[in-house]
Design a protein around this ligand. Structure first.
Ligand code: BMA
Length: 331
């Protein structure tokens, strides 16, 4: 097992993992048995993808983007003993809310789950007169309390930091438009109470190399390392026949995360396998969650493939950080 000095966090010895194959020299490599959640995994679902996984009570819990056969996305809860074999509830998550306006959810997709102190916060792209960032809190994944939407429409990819920064909750997001979004940069915001968000700061934008020249968005919850916050994100290029979604990495300053220290000038995962290139939306790899074992530096990334299945890829913290530093362009 590799040894890492980089990740600040807990052990997670039972996380899913495969060593890099001997004939592979990629910085991020795929699980050999992808997809871990295949098409039509529960009766109501056309597909489950772009979903969130966290360690929970010695096992794993997930909030899943579950697309019904009318193509509308809903959030479902699931559990797993090993992070690979999933039991996903057939009914969508119900959230308590005492305000009828705040409870509006025209649709819910691309969830992230972030544990801060003893509470799990679910953020997702929430339909409220257009996409914005919905938030709910839970301690047991049975009872959820719906909080206020973080921002005005239009916004996507709301990703919380796992600890307060400067005494405030902190979130990355991607302001955008009401359509399929031909633009988008990552911004940072703080909140004292998970309700009022401000101190907005620009983090980083699209552009530079072609793989990320259309738009970018934060992926999994940032991983705290001695070198900075390790942010795995998606970058998009517009090709003659549509968007192509790839994965990159960046290191953000620990106390001022809007300051980008390094950022990969090339993708670390891009659609290559059939299950990433063929599906409901071809040519998409879209990361939304990561598990890590701090002492070894092992990182497992959950990503949606072609808006159709849920897949896993692996990387090693020290190697990814070194790669990000060495192949960096901040612009
Ligand atoms: C984005 C989001 C993602 C999706 C991607 C590719 O705008 O809708 O959920 O995976 O497009 O279709």
């Amino acid at each position: 097992m590799p040894v890492s000095a980089m990740i600040i966090g807990d052990p997670l010895t039972n996380m899913p993992w495969q060593d890099r194959p001997a004939d592979c020299n990629e910085i991020m490599w795929r699980y050999s048995k992808n997809p871990v959640i295949d098409v039509k995994p529960i009766p109501v679902a056309q597909a489950i993808y772009n979903s969130a996984v966290v360690p929970y009570q010695g096992r794993f819990a997930g909030v899943f983007r579950t697309e019904y056969r009318d193509r509308m996305p809903h959030l479902h809860f699931g559990t797993s003993p090993d992070g690979v074999t999933w039991n996903i509830e057939h009914e969508e998550i119900r959230m308590a809310c005492d305000d009828s306006e705040r409870s509006i959810t025209d649709y819910a997709y691309d969830p992230r789950v972030c544990k801060i102190e003893d509470t799990y916060y679910v953020t997702w792209c929430n339909g409220y007169h257009g996409p914005t960032i919905g938030i709910a809190q839970t301690k047991d994944f049975k009872h959820y309390e719906r909080l206020e939407n973080a921002f005005l429409p239009f916004n996507r990819n709301g990703v919380l930091f796992p600890r307060k920064i400067n005494g405030n909750f902190a979130m990355l997001s991607r302001p955008s438009d009401n359509g399929h979004t031909p633009f988008g940069d990552i911004f940072y915001s703080e909140s004292p109470d998970m309700e009022y968000w401000g101190r907005h700061r620009y983090v980083m934008g699209h552009g530079g190399q072609w793989w990320q020249r259309t738009k970018i968005g934060a992926g999994p919850i940032p991983i705290e390392t001695k070198e900075g916050w390790l942010l795995i994100y998606h970058g998009v290029i517009t090709q003659c026949n549509g968007f192509v979604y790839s994965v990159g990495a960046a290191l953000l300053d620990l106390e001022q995360p809007w300051k980008v220290l390094y950022r990969t000038n090339q993708h670390i995962l891009t659609p290559e396998e059939d299950y990433e290139c063929v599906g409901l939306t071809p040519n998409v790899v879209f990361p939304c969650a990561a598990l890590c074992d701090a002492p070894s530096g092992r990182i497992a990334v959950y990503y949606g493939a072609a808006d159709t299945t849920t897949c896993l890829a692996f990387t090693q913290a020290d190697e990814l950080i070194a790669f990000t530093r060495q192949n960096s362009k901040v612009f």
